[in-house]
Design a protein around this ligand. Structure first.
Ligand SMILES: O=C(O)CCC(=O)C(=O)O
Length: 278
């Protein structure tokens, strides 16, 4: 596997800085298939809807795109998460975020949807993101920006409003402080084929795309240690995932939520007393 860091070192980075990068986990074939899906999705989206999400870029949910199953269930990335100790991972949803040429800055926000769950305040992340960029990214074409440490500590941004409201998506107020620079922020340029793994509760944003080409990221959210989340949190994730992907064919669903079938009972299925009185 083409990775430079040992899994435990990568996990230590994730815990300390809130993110880590797994290099070269999506090959050209997988990237090209995903790019074809993005082109199809962009051709189908209503241009008026795109105008409502000027700051992020296209926000197209995975609902109608089972072609994304191969990237979501990418065994190389999931195996590395497993080696890092992130077990019992459950998929929630993915989104296609394509920033057109000239697409403006994304505002600072965090994605955690379960702050009511005690796990949101612990070292066991209730929600992580995997971000696959389909082009090499730099500050010039709108790479990711992160505020390391905000996965553990409060920041003034926590009191500046929720992510993805209509007003901020449309950039009604370009002077909104969520568009500003903040001390400690870092740029995260990557190569197409790498994946950025981050705590969903960490503040993140993206630079303006000054290039003449679109810049696309597929963000995928997973919930590690799923069975250890509070029951209402688990049911919400489960219901939302299945509702949104209800139209996906079985073979695509199997890639994102593999269940090991087993038709053979083990010793827990006991003989009747008449056969085995012990
Ligand atoms: O467009 C980007 O680079 C960041 C995407 C993002 O913020 C998100 O998916 O929550």
């Amino acid at each position: 596997m083409a990775t430079d860091l040992a899994a435990n070192e990568r996990m230590a980075r994730l815990m300390e800085h809130g993110f880590c990068i797994i290099e070269n986990v999506a090959d050209e074939r997988l990237l090209n298939r995903t790019r074809a899906c993005v082109d199809k999705a962009l051709a189908e989206v209503d241009p008026e809807r795109l105008a409502t999400s000027k700051s992020p870029g296209s926000l197209i949910d995975s609902n109608d795109y089972p072609e994304l199953a191969d990237l979501i269930g990418n065994p190389r990335a999931l195996a590395e998460l497993d080696r890092m100790g992130l077990k019992d991972i459950k998929f929630w949803k993915a989104v296609i975020i394509s920033k057109p040429p000239g697409g403006p800055r994304l505002y600072w926000h965090q994605d955690c949807l379960m702050w009511q769950d005690p796990r949101a305040y612990s070292d066991r992340p209730p929600m992580i993101f995997l971000m696959y960029y389909l082009e090499d990214t730099t500050r010039w074409n709108g790479c990711l920006r992160l505020l390391p440490g905000t996965h553990r500590y409060r920041h003034i941004l926590h009191d500046m409003g929720e992510a993805h409201t209509r007003e901020i998506n449309r950039i009604d107020d370009p002077d909104d402080p969520r568009f500003r620079d903040y001390p400690g922020e870092v740029d995260v340029p990557v190569r197409a084929g790498d994946v950025v793994v981050g705590y969903a509760r960490m503040f993140h944003s993206a630079h303006t795309n000054h290039s003449g080409e679109k810049r696309t990221v597929i963000t995928i959210w997973f919930h590690p240690f799923f069975s250890d989340l509070q029951e209402p949190t688990q049911s919400w994730i489960h219901e939302s995932m299945h509702r949104q992907h209800a139209d996906w064919p079985q073979d695509a669903l199997a890639k994102i939520e593999p269940m090991n079938r087993n038709r053979t009972p083990d010793r827990r299925l006991r003989w009747p007393r008449s056969v085995d009185p012990g």
